[in-house]
Design a protein around this ligand. Structure first.
Ligand code: GLU
Length: 511
């Protein structure tokens, strides 16, 4: 068996859509499952659509997701160059073979002439006319022109494209690993342009030549390329490479959260959800990313793996390593996969719960730096432990417990009015005084002072705990009260407990 070699072949025409990252992930998982190679090939032959910075973006996104390349423009490898714009000579020599054996031909028609042919046929009632086995005979190409005419045009440097000569009535079939047997009839196909007038290959030609030259064993790509595969198979035939053609697997579409239609980059903006792995700062457009929204890469990878695949068991949390072991292309579904942002948040939450504290502390430090706040490592570590079960995104770390760092900016007035009453007030003050006497400040001691206070004042948890919480955080919910007190520190807690009664009285008076 030939070694497994797969490629992720993006065109650097803008940021990598989250669906592109899923394609990269499935390629990676398949390769690693089989002990094969994961290759990055940059398909940059369309100069008009080239976007500065897109290639760097792709690399950064792959790197963030932890998909390590075995070969590619930066890492090198035995089958380079890995950027198509650097492979012109290879395409030139291969296309010559097709011209020589009559499988491809020169076409000198201008855009206006082709348009004219289409309009005329449309007027005659032909539905979406093509440059194909029928119409080519009315056009100016090396099939209809004499050799002398062709030579004259060539000598005069007339612009031309090179087209694939597609003969009608051939069955084009291949086995798709996900979809089963797929069959096309060549009569439906046009004579695809293989080489453009700028001397650069089109996607189809470059893709097939490179997959062959790079000994790609499996082409794993989005469903949108399924119909192109018909031309690709014809190209493999034309080159005489059909017997060593890669195997194909076309991945399902990623659908909008509503389940209707393909997820587009505009959906992200419309629905306030990220559809890009990392932020894109283009010259004319900007898109937010999962990374900047506070997602852990492991969570995004786990979420993406499940967009179109499942292991056939109840297990949902998979490390990259575990995914590598479990992943099978034959378990990928044919039908579109709904992009469920709530599920993405759920995965993130699961990873935040188990993530290394240092990752959370680093993230929190970044957020604190923006507001010029510094705290000790001990404090930050205790804080992230309190808040990791309470957030869905890393970006919410600081916001979730802002009252640990800054004055309470909002009080739950309704609860204050309900709870700031006689017996509660007496117990609260009693406990505050006793807490001020605690010499060893820890959660257990805070707890016993509070319990003793409640007993001594003949009060109850329900009467006083909400008041302590309101004083410390402004509200009645939050992480464990005793751990909160421990983390905040004695001076901070006593200060807040002592100043809160004035605030409460004032709020009640104002309401
Ligand atoms: N360059 C194509 C893209 O942008 C590659 C498709 C393929 O994998 O063949 O997705």
């Amino acid at each position: 068996m030939n070694p497994v070699r797969v490629r992720f072949a993006p065109s650097p025409t803008g940021p990598l859509h989250i669906g592109g990252l899923r394609t990269a992930l499935y390629n990676y998982l398949y390769a690693k499952n089989k002990g094969g190679a994961f290759i990055l090939r940059v398909e940059d032959t369309d100069q008009n659509r080239y976007v500065e910075g897109a290639e760097d973006y792709i690399r950064e996104a792959l790197n963030w997701a932890g998909l390590k390349l075995d070969e590619g423009p930066d890492v090198g490898g035995d089958y380079g160059p890995y950027r198509q714009s650097e492979r012109r000579k290879i395409y030139q020599s291969h296309i010559q073979t097709l011209i020589d054996n009559g499988q491809a031909y020169y076409a000198f028609d201008s855009a206006a002439e082709i348009e004219n042919m289409r309009t005329q046929l449309e007027q005659k009632g032909v539905h979406s006319p093509k440059y194909n086995f029928e119409t080519r005979m009315q056009m100016r190409n090396s099939i209809t022109l004499s050799d002398a005419e062709v030579k004259t045009l060539m000598d005069a440097s007339a612009a031309y494209t090179i087209r694939l000569r597609v003969e009608p009535q051939q069955e084009i079939g291949f086995e798709d690993i996900i979809r089963g047997r797929v069959v096309f009839n060549s009569s439906e196909l046009d004579d695809k342009v293989l080489m453009k007038s700028d001397g650069l290959p089109t996607y189809h030609l470059a893709n097939v030549i490179d997959d062959h030259e790079m000994k790609i064993s499996h082409v794993i790509r989005g469903e949108e390329w399924l119909s192109s595969t018909a031309h690709h198979v014809l190209l493999y035939r034309a080159f005489g490479w059909e017997s060593s053609m890669p195997k194909f697997a076309h991945l399902p579409l990623i659908l909008k959260p509503t389940g209707k239609g393909k997820l587009s980059k505009r959906d992200g903006q419309k629905m306030g959800i990220p559809v890009f792995p990392i932020q894109w700062n283009g010259s004319d457009e900007m898109f937010g990313g999962f990374r900047e929204m506070g997602f852990l890469p492991e969570a995004v990878v786990n979420f993406l793996a499940f967009l179109g695949w499942n292991p056939g068991s109840d297990q949902e949390i998979f490390t990259l390593e575990e995914l590598m072991k479990a992943f099978k292309l034959t378990d990928v579904s044919k039908g579109g996969a709904r992009f469920d942002f709530e599920k993405a948040k759920w995965f993130n939450q699961q990873y935040i719960l188990t993530s290394d504290a240092s990752i959370l502390v680093e993230e929190l430090k970044k957020q604190l730096k923006e507001v010029n706040i510094e705290r000790s490592e001990d404090f930050l570590n205790a804080y992230v432990e309190l808040f990791r079960p309470r957030i869905e995104r890393l970006a919410d770390l600081f916001e979730a417990g802002k009252y640990f760092f800054q004055k309470v900016d909002q009080y739950n007035n309704k609860m204050i009015r309900k709870k700031w009453k006689e017996n509660g007030i007496i117990t609260y003050n009693f406990i505050t005084e006793n807490l001020a006497q605690v010499s060893q400040w820890n959660a257990a001691n805070c707890k016993s002072v509070i319990e003793d206070g409640i007993a001594a004042c003949d009060s109850s948890f329900g009467e006083v705990l909400p008041l302590l919480r309101l004083a410390l955080s402004g509200d009645v919910k939050g992480p464990d009260l005793f751990d909160t007190m421990k983390c905040m520190g004695k001076l901070f807690v006593i200060d807040r407990l002592k100043s809160a009664p004035n605030v409460f009285d004032q709020l009640i008076a104002e309401s």
